[in-house]
Design a protein around this ligand. Structure first.
Ligand SMILES: [Zn+2]
Length: 200
């Protein structure tokens, strides 16, 4: 029998569905001022934490069944909608930062033409993740199929205007990430933001 301490449990087991999972698959919360729960998407804030799957279902379950209160050993006033909104915004900002890092380090193809060329170029590093603005026309299905054929994934993130502003453009519909590590992290952050933003 493996000895599991309370802090291990609160950091690696979802306080919503109570299933264990990898740290990077879970969303961490810490206790802020006035016993307010604060999302810690980067898992960097000090102190005791409680982790939950970044989904509305697990957040709602944690709020309704006292999962957070148990993890922090105190009565807490938890509004799952507010937590979901705050965490989704943190995930979006994290994805934005990683997208900027990918472009600056030359691990991205920016814009429809560049992505199409990157998919077709068998000699270059192949794109691992397609990031598509939620309001992109046709949602760039031809490019999504191209990425899928290469074994890559596709994720929706922000809209054309806000995606463009990140890179000093009026708008941007699509970009592709060629670095595997960055692609995985961006995919996780954007997917979590989308899942937490879904209406009940
Ligand atoms: Zn869960």
């Amino acid at each position: 029998v493996e000895l599991i301490t309370e802090s291990d449990l609160s950091d690696r087991t979802c306080v919503g569905c109570r299933k264990p999972d990898a740290r990077e698959a879970l969303l961490r919360f810490v206790l802020g001022e006035a016993s307010r729960l604060v999302p810690d998407v980067g898992r960097k804030l000090p102190g005791r934490g409680a982790s939950v799957h970044p989904t509305r279902a697990c957040l709602d379950a944690a709020a309704k069944r006292g999962g957070f209160a148990r993890a922090f050993s105190r009565a807490l006033d938890v509004d799952a909608r507010v937590l979901a909104r705050d965490a989704a915004e943190q995930y979006r900002r994290r994805a934005d930062g990683l997208l900027l890092a990918a472009v600056r380090s030359g691990h991205a193809a920016v814009g429809t033409d560049a992505v199409r060329a990157a998919i077709a170029d068998r000699t270059a590093t192949q794109p691992r993740l397609l990031v598509v603005a939620a309001d992109a026309e046709g949602r760039r299905e031809e490019l999504a199929r191209g990425i899928a054929r290469l074994g890559g994934a596709c994720v929706s993130h922000r809209d054309r205007g806000s995606l463009g502003r990140l890179f000093g453009r009026d708008e941007l519909a699509v970009l592709a990430i060629t670095d595997g590590g960055l692609a995985a992290e961006i995919g996780r952050a954007a997917t979590s933001a989308n899942e937490l933003s879904e209406d009940e």
